[in-house]
Design a protein. Structure first.
Length: 236
């Protein structure tokens, strides 16, 4: 990678490297490396762990009234591949990623590769400058997302989160369809699913229609990559 490009990257991330080889490694995709050990894959692995630790600590301190389940939901959204990829694109770092022939126009470059690039950059900063420097970088670029993790999200209003995402990213509104219901009138359970632009997401059962729709919204968020992990025990 040209030194000019490396200096531009340093300006974007706000950190000057002592070892520019680390920065070059962070921007070397496996498709362009002679040996995968010379790519950014190992840095991705380390960066993912550092990102998770920093975000967890920040949420723990920033939301003292939230229970473990609430914190887990927010953390899953923040460190998801989609969120990391979006930050990479907003910073403009993706344009510096060194890839092999045929990768430059691949859709994978805009998602998984972009997300992995951010993790690799985090690891490179950590190795070169230490945990505090890497933590400051993470908190700076994730600050807007952390601030948007408001009380509504913490209470598990998955329908609201999904609606906001669908309107902003897909220019549409989710539709909830009642698929089935079972049981006597005094003890019914309901099955609902989310439909977005003719795509039917995995359905979910609930003790009432509201709960079923919330769980169905969560399923859609997981499939879209907004959330990761299992459904929280308590859904409002």
């Amino acid at each position: 990678m040209k030194e000019e490009s490396l200096r531009e990257i340093e300006q974007i991330i706000g950190y000057k490297f002592s070892n520019l080889n680390l920065l070059t490694r962070a921007f070397t995709h496996s498709s362009s490396a002679d040996n995968r050990l010379l790519s950014n894959e190992r840095l991705e692995f380390l960066g993912d762990a550092i990102l998770g630790a920093v975000i967890c600590q920040r949420l723990f301190e920033h939301f003292p009234g939230y229970l473990e389940g609430d914190l887990t939901k927010i953390k899953s959204m923040l460190v998801s591949r989609r969120s990391c990829a979006r930050i990479t694109r907003e910073l403009g770092l993706h344009q510096y990623l060194q890839t092999g022939k045929g990768m430059a126009t691949s859709r994978a470059l805009t998602s998984s590769c972009s997300a992995g690039l951010l993790e690799a950059v985090i690891a490179a900063i950590y190795i070169d400058g230490g945990f505090e420097v890497a933590s400051n970088f993470i908190l700076n670029v994730f600050a807007p997302l952390i601030e948007r993790a408001d009380a509504e999200q913490s209470q598990g209003n998955f329908k609201s989160i999904l609606q906001q995402y669908a309107q902003q990213e897909l220019d549409t509104t989710p539709v909830y369809e009642l698929v089935d219901e079972k049981g006597p009138d005094h003890d019914k359970c309901f099955e609902s699913e989310v439909v977005i632009v003719a795509h039917h997401f995995p359905s979910a059962w609930g003790s009432n229609k509201k709960e079923a729709e919330q769980k169905a919204a969560f399923n859609a968020l997981v499939e879209l990559g907004i959330f990761e992990g299992g459904l929280p025990e308590h859904i409002d």
